[in-house]
Design a protein around this ligand. Structure first.
Ligand SMILES: Cc1cc2nc3c(=O)[nH]c(=O)nc-3n(C[C@H](O)[C@H](O)[C@H](O)COP(=O)(O)OP(=O)(O)OC[C@H]3O[C@@H](n4cnc5c(N)ncnc54)[C@H](O)[C@@H]3O)c2cc1C
Length: 464
């Protein structure tokens, strides 16, 4: 019986376990996971600030499914060292696990601030459920918060904190929001939406100094010397891959563990998937636009299948993308969404329209082929356009009906609306005739959500 060991029980690890079981029912599959209770949907962490735990617990049902398949879990156990030549993993409990094949799916964590002296009073790194739970009832005393970084985590935190009526500022080192993926127009629209939520955005700044007592944060000082009085600092970027168990080396790494399209690493019998993995074709400097829930979900499947076959049977052919929701605005950025210069042609209609101030769409062609896109506020056509980009379809072959729907207000002829799942941000189609309040289940992550209509007629999905 083959022994499969999976490091990390996030979405990549769980999907891989299922794929291995599907292909090889009799194999022994063990998932080692550092957290005691890792079964929660990472993208819903921000909701915890507002004490909404329902959606965060939604992944718990997957634990039962995996246990029913005979997949073993070692939770609360950290892999201290992976010994590639011995094909063993040493746990912090001193247990030594042998494997025939291993998947590394250890994800990323938020980089510690250079000015952080280790006093955690009023400082939260937004990685895990316990990071937020540790605040406990102290959150009731928080009146002002600073969130650092433009990332998935940051927007989740801002939404949760604003739901409690806390005054928020967002500090970002870049000159625009999600600078690797958004153009100026899209960034400005998002900033406007944040302004509507009374969130101040401070751009081009880092957190340089924390003014703390033993048990409270008083203020943060940002680049240029500006002091912001605050009770809470949420650090939400940048992220770095979790690799500390690779003490004996042996794997090629760059910004993450380098893998080929079949998710194989440079070492025999070792695969990597999800946020910790970096395809050799992916940029060495732009992690944000390449990590994400759906990428991890798909890669888990691919890695699991290939681990069983021992060959590259299936490949991961996803394109770099951001899929998220900023307050009520769905956002999808695909491929070279911000490209400019020679050989690049961009089309964005007359957006933003007065009638739909928070809607913006743009498609980019590189040397006459679909190469990138931005959808903000209405992601209806994102699924179709993603396929054009993935396949590099020539502009003349792109479906004119889809382009009309994107750029001409009077066209809204499709029979279904695209929305993002509120948890995993999977792009789904909802029938135009769906009723307000209807409950639908996401085909990717299995969460139930409620359908709501936005003022512009588009649908919106809300977790129940
Ligand atoms: C607040 C928040 C909001 C987000 N919003 C979005 C969004 O809107 N859209 C989107 O696409 N993505 C979003 N993401 C990102 C998305 O959740 C991740 O891309 C995805 O969960 C990555 O899955 P993974 O399996 O690769 O890693 P993870 O889910 O991070 O799982 C890795 C696991 O490995 C475990 N581990 C690490 N080291 C060890 C060790 N040595 N031993 C044992 N276990 C170990 C960790 O405890 C962890 O459980 C968000 C993330 C957060 C935190």
């Amino acid at each position: 019986m083959k022994r499969y060991l999976i490091l990390g029980s996030g979405v990549a690890g769980r999907r891989a376990a299922k794929a291995i079981h599907r292909k090889s029912v009799d194999s022994e599959i063990t998932i080692v996971e550092e957290q005691d209770n890792p079964f929660y949907a990472r993208p819903m962490l921000g909701e915890l600030f507002g004490r909404k735990t329902g959606a965060v617990q939604s992944a718990a049902k997957e634990k039962e499914q995996l246990s029913e398949l005979g997949i073993k879990f070692k939770t609360g156990a950290k892999v201290k060292e992976v010994r590639l030549h011995e094909q063993t993993a040493l746990l912090n409990t001193s247990e030594l696990l042998f494997f025939d094949k291993m998947l590394i799916a250890s994800g990323v964590r938020t980089t510690r601030l250079a000015c952080d002296q280790g006093n955690s009073a009023g400082v939260v790194y937004m990685d895990r459920v316990e990071d937020i739970q540790a605040l406990g009832s102290n959150i009731d005393a928080v009146r002002k918060a600073v969130v650092f970084g433009a990332s998935y985590q940051a927007f989740g935190a801002l939404k949760g904190l604003r739901s409690l009526g806390i005054d928020c500022s967002l500090v970002i080192p870049e000159e625009r929001l999600w600078s690797q993926s958004l153009d100026v127009v899209a960034s400005n629209i998002l900033e406007q939406r944040l302004g509507q939520e009374k969130i101040t955005v401070i751009k081009g700044a880092n957190i340089e100094f924390l003014e703390q007592d033993a048990d409270a944060l008083r203020s943060v000082v940002v680049t240029g010397g500006k002091k912001i009085s605050t009770d809470l600092l949420v650090v939400a970027a940048p992220q770095e891959p979790v690799l500390d168990y690779l003490t004996s080396g042996g794997l090629d790494t760059d910004r993450g563990i380098l893998v080929d399209a079949g998710l194989k690493t440079s070492a025999q019998n070792i695969f990597a998937a999800g946020d910790v993995a970096q395809l050799s074709t992916e940029s060495t400097v732009a992690p944000n636009a390449q990590a994400g829930w759906l990428r991890a979900w798909k890669q888990g499947n691919v890695a699991g299948e290939n681990m069983v076959s021992g060959d590259v049977n299936v490949i991961y052919d996803g394109i770099p993308s951001i899929r998220t929701r900023v307050f009520d605005l769905d956002l999808v950025c695909l491929g070279l969404s911000r490209a400019e210069g020679e050989g690049i042609e961009a089309k964005s209609g007359d957006y933003p329209y007065e009638e739909m101030p928070y809607v913006y769409k743009k498609i980019i062609y590189k040397q006459g082929r679909g190469a990138g896109a931005i959808f903000l506020g209405d992601v209806n056509e994102a699924g179709a356009v993603e396929e054009w980009i993935r396949k590099g379809i020539p502009a003349r072959e792109c479906d004119q009906q889809v382009l009309d729907n994107m750029f001409k207000l009077q066209y809204k002829s499709s029979a279904a609306y695209g929305v993002l799942c509120p948890v995993c941000k999977f792009h789904m189609q909802i029938d135009n005739k769906a009723e307000e309040g209807a409950i639908i289940t996401c085909p990717a992550c299995g969460i139930d959500f409620k359908v709501e209509r936005l003022p512009n007629g588009a649908f919106h999905a809300i977790p129940v």
